[in-house]
Structures are given as structure tokens and as C-alpha cells.
Design a protein around this ligand. Structure first.
Ligand SMILES: Cc1cc2nc3c(=O)[nH]c(=O)nc-3n(C[C@H](O)[C@H](O)[C@H](O)COP(=O)(O)OP(=O)(O)OC[C@H]3O[C@@H](n4cnc5c(N)ncnc54)[C@H](O)[C@@H]3O)c2cc1C
Ligand SMILES: *[C@@H]1O[C@H](CO)[C@@H](O)[C@H](O)[C@H]1NC(C)=O
Ligand SMILES: *[C@@H]1O[C@H](CO)[C@@H](O)[C@H](O)[C@H]1NC(C)=O
Ligand SMILES: *[C@@H]1O[C@H](CO)[C@@H](O)[C@H](O)[C@H]1NC(C)=O
Ligand SMILES: *[C@@H]1O[C@H](CO)[C@@H](O)[C@H](O)[C@H]1NC(C)=O
Ligand SMILES: *[C@@H]1O[C@H](CO)[C@@H](O)[C@H](O)[C@H]1NC(C)=O
Ligand SMILES: *[C@@H]1O[C@H](CO)[C@@H](O)[C@H](O)[C@H]1NC(C)=O
Length: 495
């Protein structure tokens, strides 16, 4: 254990209470008094603007009093031990892909921006890739490709590694290797005390387990050691269809989900998308096969459906993940639910999708807006793979059936529509949940990485996992710095 002492001299200059200046400015001044003074940036600088605009969703681009950019775990230790001695509030941001405001940034406080810590190093002897917290998946894939290896990560290359890994992480490889978090061999973590520890199977095993899904409740992760596997050329891409194919797509998707265990190389994301510029409501399939085989039988039902365009090809994981993604800089809300893998539920979701396009049209002020509804398999096989690797805290192993996940994704460009789309995003989910309950196809699980602020994903992990996460959080952060001073993200104290 290394404890940073760099912040100690600061204690003597902190006033007891009553700030003479704006409390938030005081937090920045406290950081200014450390060796990191040149890494603290203010709203008057271009660097501050650049840092804020890294955040994916425009509505999540808050304006902290200052931003600090650590370059190492030691820097992170100085930042956290300094701020923990103050009443200051702060936020932690890596890739900034959480869509809700305040998850990874803050107004009137300090944002710790980890984006300059973004290297990936491959250790051939151990078959492990060490990935720093500010990396994006595209750079991880690109670095590993020359070695002929890869890791399970984002299906959109721009997504950050940190939020993804500590919230679970669904990749094209989940049916083969479990969730991305199941493939972390070691987390290097800076605790609230400033101590830098390794959490792995033999060192702080409880913290290791809790970080596999427990998100920002224990510490700031400064390095992920990920188990690699052989990278093979994939067959994948994006296919578009007329939305009149909807019923066939739903049947094919439900069937695909029930058969993933027969061919875990195959993966599918189904998307129904409307956008106001084209006025089109179309259907898209992202099909990816994680070895170089075209037209695998696992996709047969989808391949029978007539398409309008297709980019299906042989390509690397880097290439395929550069194709998928969404445009940063719009305003967004994501809401998500998990259900029994049942065609009736998906049909209802798409009926709601069609219906909500009309609801939005009636009130919208934005020039650009879009509604995307995504369907993803969440079969029993996924949690079996997790268990084989030692397990995580998502709690999925308690469900005995194949599940399907719905993600409602609204985007728009006019701030005046925030209230409208927040309301639509929440109510479309509520309607689907009510329908699923009425036919007994509901499921408690909520995927944290897609969840909105209005949802409670940690609670959905089940009572035992909630108790475990609470205990580990109290053990590694006895003063509750991550619960109280870092208000952003999903908090175990708010379950
Ligand atoms: C376009 C797009 C595509 C996506 N694709 C996928 C996908 O294919 N599969 C999937 O599973 N998910 C996907 N997601 C969801 C994604 O997993 C989450 O948005 C995730 O939080 C992104 O991580 P980040 O580092 O960019 O997030 P951030 O918003 O930076 O952080 C997320 C949370 O983690 C905390 N945090 C950040 N860094 C650290 C750290 N080092 N230590 C401790 N806490 C930290 C933050 O405070 C915040 O609460 C996608 C999201 C988008 C917007
Ligand atoms: C930062 O962005 C704001 C708002 O977009 C702008 O007014 C300001 O000029 C920018 N500052 C710098 C230094 O680029
Ligand atoms: C790391 O971040 C810096 C800017 O902070 C950027 O210039 C560089 O390209 C990034 N490197 C990788 C591997 O993404
Ligand atoms: C686990 O942590 C210990 C203590 O820091 C370290 O010596 C060991 O190498 C780590 N194991 C792995 C697999 O990283
Ligand atoms: C296709 O889209 C239109 C326009 O949104 C909608 O009215 C129709 O119901 C959709 N068709 C199907 C099969 O979902
Ligand atoms: C898309 O349609 C074309 C033309 O009908 C067909 O040749 C191709 O196989 C289809 N591709 C997929 C992936 O369905
Ligand atoms: C992906 O590969 C295709 C060729 O198959 C190429 O045209 C495209 O530019 C590549 N994309 C990236 C991001 O490398």
C-alpha cells in the first residue's frame, strides 16, 4: 500500500469552516496548492472547453469550477486525498459516454478528467493488456491488433473503457467470454484515503469482485489489466431494411437469442430508428460473427429478410467498431429495461416506438431529433460465462431464462425540448414495463451502463449483491467520500 503524503501540507492552510470565497473556487485553490497546479484548468481556457466537449451528450456537458487532469495514479492520489480533506464536491470522468447530466461531471465543483491517462500496453508473457482509465476502446483495439490479440470491449470505438468495465460491458464476445468486467485480471485503484491498491483474485478480492459491476462506489480505477485472446477477422456490418419487415425481424431475434448457446460466435443488435431529417422510420441489424465465416447459419433467419443496404464484410474489430456509434454533441436520454425473451414484448416496444414518434412530432421544437429503439439478447449463457470466470455483482445468475434487453434512445438538438424528451424517455419505459408485468414477462434487472438517472440499476442486482456492495464500499471508503462528495453516478447509499 502506498499512501500519498503530498497533500499533508495543505491541512495547515485549510480554514476550519466558513469559506471567505465561493466554496467551489476554494476547492480549486486547494488543488492549486499541490504539485498539480499546472494541471488545474479554468473556464477561461481553451483546454477547459476541449475537456468539457469530450462528453458525448451535450446535456451532460456541465461547467465545473475547474477541471484537474491527472497524469498518473500518484496524481489521482494527490487529487483525492486533497479533496477528501475539504467539503468539496467532485466528479470523475473517463470516456464521458454516460448520457445523463451529473454522472461524470459537476457544476460548482471539480471534475477529475482522466482522459490524458489513455495508454494501452500489451504484456505478451502474461497475455494481458494494461489499459489506462481514460482510453477509448478504438485505441485499445488498434494497439492490440498488431499482436494478433484483442479484448472484449465497446461495440462503438469511441466509448470509454472505465464506465464500461465497472458497469459490466456487453461486447460482440459476451457469449464466448462473459461480460467485459469478467475479463479484468486486476484493477489498480486509488481509494478515498489516497492509497493505491491492486484488486485481484488474491489481493483485496472483495474489492475486485465488487468492481465487476459496482461502478463508482469504492475508488478511482487507474489501470485495468485485461485478459486477451486471439483476434480473428470478423464478418460483420450493418444492414438496413424497410420497417415493414418488423414482425419477421422480431421472430428472427427471439429465435436467435434462444439459440446463442449453439453458436456463441454470433452476435446481434436490432435497431428501429426514426430521425427527423430523413423522416424515415427504418430497421437496422448489426450482425457480427467473431471469426472469419460469412453467412453463418446462426444468422439464417435474418438473412432471409430482404434488405435495402448492407455493409457486411470481413474486417477487424477496430474497423467494425468504428462503423457503429452515435453522433456526439446532441442531447440524449437513454432508458432501459430487461424482459423475458418474448416476441410479444418486443412487438409492444416497437409499437410504442412508432407511437412515440407521433407524440414527439406533436410538441417538438428541435430541428434534429431521433428515436432509436434497440433490442439485444441477454441470454442465460452470458451469466453462465460470468460464473465460469469467477462471477461479478450483476446478479444475473439468479435468473433461469433467456432475457432480452430494450434500450430507448432519444436525441435532439434544442435545449427547450429537454423536458419533453426526458418525459417521453421515462414514460415509454414505464409503458413497456407495465405491459411486460401484465403478461408476466417482466424482469427486475436494469443494465447500469444504459440506465437513466431516474432508474435504480444497483438495486436490480438483488439483495445479496446490494448488501455486499454496501459492505465493500464502507470497508474501502469508511468516510463515505464516494457517497457524499462524489454525487455523480449510481450510488449504493441511494439504493
Ligand atoms: C454511443 C454509445 C455506445 C455504447 N456502446 C456500448 C456497448 O457496446 N456495450 C455496452 O455495454 N455499453 C455501451 N455503451 C454504454 C457505456 O458502457 C457507458 O456509457 C459507460 O459508462 C461508458 O464509459 P465512459 O468511461 O465513457 O463513461 P463516463 O461517463 O466517463 O463514466 C461512467 C461512470 O463511471 C465513473 N467513472 C469514470 N471513470 C472512472 C474510474 N476511472 N474509476 C471509477 N469510476 C469512474 C463516472 O464517474 C461515471 O459515474 C454505449 C454508450 C454510448 C453513448
Ligand atoms: C469556451 O467556450 C465558450 C462557450 O462556447 C466560449 O464563449 C469561449 O470563448 C471559449 N473559450 C476559449 C478560451 O476558447
Ligand atoms: C491520448 O490523449 C491525447 C490527448 O489528451 C491524444 O492526443 C492522444 O491521441 C490519445 N492517445 C490515444 C492512444 O488515444
Ligand atoms: C494482485 O495484487 C498483488 C498485490 O499488489 C500483486 O502482487 C499481484 O501481481 C496481483 N495479481 C495480478 C494477477 O495482477
Ligand atoms: C413503420 O413506420 C410507420 C411510421 O412510423 C408506422 O406507422 C408503422 O406502424 C411502422 N410499421 C411497423 C410494422 O412497425
Ligand atoms: C442484402 O440484399 C442483397 C440483395 O438482395 C443480397 O444479395 C444480400 O445477401 C443481402 N445481405 C444480407 C446480409 O442480408
Ligand atoms: C474499414 O474497412 C473498409 C474496407 O473494408 C474501409 O473502406 C474503411 O475505411 C475501414 N474503416 C476504418 C475506420 O478503418
Amino acid at each position: 500500500m502506498k499512501v500519498s503524503t503530498a497533500a499533508a501540507p495543505l491541512l495547515s492552510i485549510l480554514p476550519e469552516a466558513n469559506f471567505l470565497v465561493d466554496p467551489a473556487d476554494f476547492c480549486c485553490t486547494a488543488l492549486q496548492a499541490t504539485s498539480l497546479r499546472d494541471q488545474v484548468i479554468y473556464p477561461t481556457s481553451a483546454a477547459y472547453n476541449d475537456s468539457v466537449s469530450v462528453t458525448f451528450a451535450a446535456n451532460a456537458r456541465l461547467s465545473p469550477s475547474c477541471i484537474v487532469q491527472p497524469h498518473s495514479a500518484e496524481d489521482v492520489s494527490i487529487v483525492i486525498s486533497t479533496l477528501a480533506q475539504t467539503p468539496c464536491q467532485f466528479a470523475v470522468r473517463s470516456g464521458g459516454h454516460t448520457t445523463w447530466p451529473g454522472a461524470a461531471s459537476i457544476e460548482q465543483g471539480v471534475t477529475i478528467d482522466l482522459s490524458t491517462m489513455n495508454d494501452t500496453t500489451y504484456h505478451e508473457d502474461k497475455g494481458v493488456a494494461s489499459v489506462l482509465p481514460g482510453a477509448r476502446w478504438q485505441s485499445v483495439y488498434q494497439t492490440l491488433e498488431p499482436y494478433g490479440v484483442t479484448v472484449p470491449g465497446g461495440r462503438s470505438g469511441a466509448v470509454g473503457v472505465s464506465g464500461f468495465l465497472i458497469g459490466g460491458g456487453n461486447s460482440f464476445y459476451t457469449a464466448r467470454v462473459g461480460f467485459a468486467c469478467d475479463n479484468v485480471e486486476n484493477f489498480e485503484v486509488v481509494l478515498a484515503s489516497g492509497a493505491i491498491v491492486n484488486a485481484n483474485r488474491t489481493s483485496h478480492p472483495d474489492l475486485y469482485q465488487a468492481l465487476k459491476g459496482g461502478s463508482i462506489n469504492f475508488g478511482i480505477v487507474t489501470k485495468y489489466d485485461l485478459k486477451t485472446f486471439r483476434h480473428e477477422t470478423l464478418w460483420g456490418g450493418l444492414i438496413t431494411y424497410d420497417n415493414s419487415t418488423t414482425d419477421q425481424q422480431i421472430d428472427a431475434g427471439v429465435d436467435f437469442t434462444n439459440n446463442i448457446h449453439n453458436d456463441p460466435y454470433a452476435s446481434w443488435i436490432g435497431m428501429w430508428g426514426y430521425n427527423s431529417v430523413t423522416g424515415q422510420n427504418a430497421m437496422f441489424n448489426a450482425l457480427e460473427y467473431t471469426k472469419p465465416v460469412a453467412y453463418a447459419d446462426a444468422f439464417a433467419e435474418f438473412l432471409k429478410i430482404p434488405n435495402t443496404t448492407s455493409t457486411m464484410r470481413f474486417a477487424s474489430i477496430y474497423n467494425l467498431t468504428m462503423e457503429l456509434g452515435q453522433t456526439p454533441g446532441y442531447r440524449y436520454i437513454y432508458t432501459t429495461g430487461t424482459y423475458r425473451n418474448d416476441a410479444t414484448v418486443v412487438r409492444k416496444a416497437i409499437d410504442l416506438h412508432n407511437n412515440y414518434i407521433e407524440k414527439a412530432k406533436a410538441d417538438v421544437k428541435s430541428d434534429y431529433w431521433a428515436i432509436d429503439t434497440m433490442v439485444q439478447p441477454w441470454p442465460k449463457l452470458f451469466s453462465q460465462r460470468s460464473v465460469e470466470k469467477g462471477g461479478n455483482v450483476l446478479g444475473l445468475e439468479r435468473f433461469d431464462e433467456n432475457l432480452i434487453q430494450l434500450l430507448f434512445d432519444f436525441s435532439w438538438d434544442n435545449q427547450d425540448d429537454d423536458a419533453l424528451f426526458y418525459r417521453l424517455g421515462e414514460s415509454i419505459l414505464e409503458e413497456l414495463d407495465d405491459f411486460a408485468k401484465s403478461i408476466g414477462a417482466d424482469n427486475e434487472y436494469v443494465y447500469l451502463n444504459y440506465a437513466d438517472k431516474s432508474q435504480n440499476p444497483l438495486k436490480s442486482y438483488g439483495k445479496e449483491n446490494v448488501e455486499f456492495i454496501s459492505r465493500v464500499a464502507k470497508q474501502y471508503d469508511p468516510d463515505g467520500v464516494f457517497q457524499v462528495q462524489i454525487p455523480g453516478g449510481f450510488k449504493i447509499s441511494e439504493v
